[in-house]
Design a protein around this ligand. Structure first.
Ligand code: GLN
Length: 288
């Protein structure tokens, strides 16, 4: 922050927030106001709502300096979830580092659709393939405490974050390292769920905005983004019990391709569901 801005004379919560919002707006951050608030609240270890009753509170020079650095990083599109190390998913506070994909609202839709397939209070074995920070598995464990949860992740650094989340939230999930479903027994589970990488390599979306900070291996999958969706489909055919369900998130333009893929592989009752934005997003199909 520049001394000539005058902010150093009166570094108050309100002044600082106004400055932060302006900087982020100038950097064309869509959620400029919200992000400035989240970053200041994080820095002060307060709830966001606390800021609004304390706009006249004076901050230290060190706090002003730290806030200014956070705002600069955000202006470069570094995601808020990496700057604060946290993102909420399914009302669970999850630790997020650059080793994990940041959980997104459309993936809550995937969880919601899975829950419709899992009767509450009944034992069932549910498997999350490519769990990342553990978001899906932990949400399912919270919503279906009678179920057994297995969550698999290939990358050790990513798996470590998932395990930290599990310990922090004290939810029961068995995390294991593995390559999709390759280590699973045949006919072992009632439901397989996954938010795999599904963006085509070379998609310009990957170099824009926040996505460029996320792990590439969690985003891309072959020239059409379909390679891992295919791997998971064949693992599901082998590992699901007869009648078990496969649910996968996919790209908004992949609905028809994925529907054809799961049907040709031999799964039945396939349907494609929309996310909260009305875009085709979740494929559901059943092992005969
Ligand atoms: N939905 C994410 C995006 O478009 C991608 C997530 C994924 O590949 N699973 O940025």
């Amino acid at each position: 922050m520049k001394a000539e801005s005058g902010l150093l004379d009166a570094p108050r919560v309100g002044t600082l927030l106004t400055w932060g919002r302006q900087q982020l707006r100038r950097a064309e951050i869509d959620s400029a106001a919200l992000d400035a608030e989240l970053l200041l609240a994080f820095l002060l270890a307060r709830e966001r709502s606390w800021l609004f009753g304390h706009d006249r509170d004076v901050l230290t020079t060190a706090q002003v300096d730290q806030f200014s650095k956070l705002i600069q990083r955000r202006a470069d599109h570094e995601p808020v979830a990496y700057l604060t190390g946290q993102r909420e998913f399914w009302s669970l506070p999850l630790r997020t580092t650059p080793a994990v994909l940041i959980p997104r609202p459309e993936t809550e839709r995937l969880v919601e659709l899975a829950l419709e397939k899992i009767p509450a209070g009944r034992p069932a074995t549910l498997v999350d393939l490519g769990t990342g920070c553990g978001a899906i598995a932990l949400a399912l464990a919270k919503a279906r405490p009678a179920a057994t949860l297995i969550a698999i992740e290939r990358h050790p650094e990513t798996l470590a974050v998932a395990r930290q989340n599990q310990q922090q939230l004290a939810l029961s999930v068995n995390f294991a390292r593995g390559d999709w479903g390759s280590a699973l027994a045949s006919n072992c589970c009632d439901l397989i769920i996954s938010n795999p990488p599904y963006i085509a390599e070379g998609d310009p979306h990957l170099t824009r905005g926040d996505v460029k900070y996320e792990p590439r291996q969690a985003l891309t999958s072959g020239p059409h983004g379909l390679d891992d969706l295919g791997r998971i489909t064949s693992d599901a055919l082998r590992c699901l019990k007869p009648g078990g369900w496969l649910l996968m998130e996919h790209g908004a333009e992949q609905g028809e391709a994925v529907l054809a893929m799961v049907t040709e592989a031999g799964l039945t009752e396939a349907s494609d569901q929309r996310d909260y934005a009305g875009l085709p997003r979740v494929i559901m199909a059943r092992k005969p």
